[in-house]
Design a protein around this ligand. Structure first.
Ligand SMILES: [Zn+2]
Ligand SMILES: [Zn+2]
Length: 96
């Protein structure tokens, strides 16, 4: 089970909903990654527990190119200046 939260940049108003850190879904473990094409952060399943081929892609643009998001420094991928913070007013979903 994973809890997803809204994360927001206070500078450019970019936001995403995700775990924002390494987590796990039913499909397998996930890490937060940044799409190299549109700079969208999303949770990507890094490998399947049953060794199945995964075709993870950006939900925004469909690109499969990504880089790991540095979830410790939490830099905003859009303005690359400010830090992304968890939004207390965000919602939490149980991805189970
Ligand atoms: Zn920003
Ligand atoms: Zn994208």
């Amino acid at each position: 089970m994973a809890s997803w939260k809204t994360h927001k940049c206070d500078s450019c108003h970019y936001s995403f909903v995700g775990s924002g850190k390494p987590d796990a879904l039913m499909m397998g473990p996930t890490i937060p990654v940044v799409c190299l094409k549109c700079n969208e952060i999303y949770d990507r399943i890094i490998h399947s527990p049953i060794g199945e081929q995964l075709n993870g892609k950006c939900e925004e643009c469909g690109s499969k190119k990504y880089t790991e998001w540095d979830y410790e420094s939490k830099k905003c991928p859009q303005c690359k200046d400010r830090v992304i913070e968890e939004d207390d007013d965000g919602f939490v979903i149980m991805a189970d």
